[in-house]
Design a protein around this ligand. Structure first.
Ligand SMILES: Cc1cc2nc3c(=O)[nH]c(=O)nc-3n(C[C@H](O)[C@H](O)[C@H](O)COP(=O)(O)O)c2cc1C
Length: 206
């Protein structure tokens, strides 16, 4: 039976130990990533790139850059979710793609370009990075929920040294490792959750 959103939210937890013998099938992984790509992003620009690591040796090499957190070596695969900061290039790519997919006219494309130049490209580098990283977090949450729907466990991780992760993966400077999401099948009991009370978090204004 299909899982409800309630089931999915209750299934997901930050999994610290994965069953090393149980791998996420390639077809399942592909489906998770295909759906993750449907995540929303500011202006639809998708300033992200997802590096998928299944190779055990590479995961082992990556682990020290992630403070040797066990999820990296134990998981079936690791998704290094990177922010793209080469916005001018993204904009060019997006204009070509959206024109083909949505049939935008040259005038519409030009107007869109001008809007992005004014609202995003005009920002200082640090602000562009933060903007792109925010989008990556949304995709990260999507990936974890989509995975949960398929019974795949995950852990959101920002406990890593981005410079070291970049060095291990040989990433170009425009890619900023932002969130690492190991995927696999749990090899631990789900710990009890702790959350602030509803009224401490939700405030109604009339
Ligand atoms: C942005 C972010 C970064 C996190 N980084 C790590 C991490 O590096 N290692 C880890 O074990 N858990 C990490 N967590 C997991 C949180 O500790 C966990 O989500 C939180 O304690 C709530 O528990 P739950 O997700 O199991 O409900 C991170 C969570 C988020 C949202």
């Amino acid at each position: 039976m299909d899982k409800s959103m309630k089931d999915i939210m209750q299934f997901r937890f930050a999994c610290k130990h994965f069953d090393v013998a149980k791998k996420v099938e390639d077809s399942v992984l592909r489906e998770l990533l295909d759906l993750t790509i449907l995540s929303p992003s500011s202006f639809g620009l998708q300033p992200w790139k997802f590096i998928v690591i299944k190779n055990q040796e590479l995961k082992n090499t990556l682990a020290p850059a992630c403070y040797n957190q066990p999820q990296i070596v134990e998981s079936s695969c690791v998704v290094v979710m990177c922010a793209r900061t080469d916005i001018a290039k993204i904009l060019e790519e997006y204009c070509v793609k959206s024109k083909a997919d949505l049939g935008y006219t040259d005038e519409q494309t030009e107007a869109f370009k001008n809007m992005i130049v004014g609202s995003i490209l005009s920002r200082v580098d640090e602000d562009i990075k933060v903007w792109a990283q925010k989008q990556v977090y949304l995709a990260g949450m999507s990936l974890m929920l989509i995975a949960a729907e398929r019974g795949v466990d995950s852990c959101p991780m920002e406990g890593f040294d981005p410079a070291k992760v970049s060095a291990v993966l040989g990433l170009p400077t425009e890619l900023v490792p932002t969130l690492i999401v190991p995927l696999g099948y749990r090899n631990m009991e789900e710990p009890k959750k702790t959350r602030f009370d509803f009224d401490a978090i939700v405030e109604e204004r009339n």
